[in-house]
Ligand binder design. Sequence first.
Ligand code: FAS
Ligand code: PHB
Length: 391
Amino acid sequence: MRVQVAIIGAGPSGLILGQLLAKAGIDAVILEAHTPDYVLGRIRAGVLEQVCIDLLDEAGVGERMHREGLPHHGIELLIGGLRHRIDLHGLTGGKQVMIYGQTELTRDLMDARAKAGLATVYEAKEVAVSGFDTDHPRVSYLKDGVRHEIACDFIAGCDGFHGVCRASVPKESLRTFERVYPFGWLGLLSDTPPVCDELIYAKSERGFALCSMRSHTRSRYYVQVPLTEKVENWSDDRFWDELRARLDAPAAAALVTGPSLEKSIAPLRSFVAEPMRFGRMFLAGDAAHIVPPTGAKGLNLAASDVRTLGHALIAFYGGSTDGIERYSERCLRRIWKAERFSWWMTNLLHRFPDTPPFEQRALEAELDYVVHSLAGRTTLAENYVGLPFED
Ligand code: FAS
Ligand code: PHB
């Protein structure tokens, strides 16, 4: 088999890239290790920046998002029992975010790809990438016991944090930066009405909590837990009691509980791999970077990476190599700003078990300054809605 671009991974990065390339008439195949249902079963992001919304429109898959997504103009910070609304819309000259679950976005992308008859190989096992330091990269994989070989012009490593592409780069060619946080987020999805019409980020004596949603009838909640916690030790009732204990009285009274549709613990990490291009292979999305979900940036960074990569590959086939030459530098400028914001929000809103008393007070004072200062609220708002592209 020969294609112009071999995409590894059918998460948001791979699927959005596939759409952009298909619309430009560029021949690509996507290889995915799991089944579509397995990919759709991973409950992850919920907040889309305008850049992501615009990209889905550009990829031709924005129709259901606009119909079912929930535009949000603000978020609430609940600190020590007091609410502080961050007026995203007013502080950013009219910008907003869209609440639309990653699962639904992925479903829309999968449906569009299948409808267009584009090549996606699910349950592709033992994917291997080679020759990306030459002009003739190759990909191989096992499907139903048969090994297949693909010759291509480029490999797009959209295979997430645990994927094969970054792992195939010689160690000496890669530099990584990492911060592992001493806690995780226990998340619960339920068919219950959201406790508030906007997201609530809560910092309480018992730890961080987040009240989010997927629709007017489906809610997504998180509580900070120690890394030693196991999800099997958390009954639904224990989760609801802990969440209620971290909310203020109006939210605790308004909280509608119900059976969990999904419950899982996600570890929190900040991670960046530099560079993101290795000859004819490019890393995009979680394959290149991870952010703690406190800033709602993971999915949005993946989208901005593949926007840059898609435009670079389209330009290459149009005769210009500028985009692929500058891919890594352009992505990393945006990535590091989102990494900083996510790290900053995580430090401000979580209780760290080992923070010395002085630093604890300094962080509390910084959060107090941010919520009571126009400049502080503005910097939070403009980072949360997504910084403008610096092409
Ligand atoms: P993904 O990991 O989504 O997709 C990579 C794909 O590659 C997967 O389908 C995988 O099966 C496949 N793959 C891996 N190795 C392969 C191989 N060797 N061969 C073939 N295929 C292979 N972001 C937010 O903004 N908000 C959140 O609340 C949030 N919560 C999260 C919770 C968890 C538990 C995790 C892990 C992430 C969360 N994220 C969140 C971040 C998440 O949304 C990612 O940013 C987003 O999925 C990135 O998309 P991709 O880069 O496509 O990577
Ligand atoms: C979610 O709805 O899953 C969500 C929303 C905002 C975040 C993280 C997760 O910062």
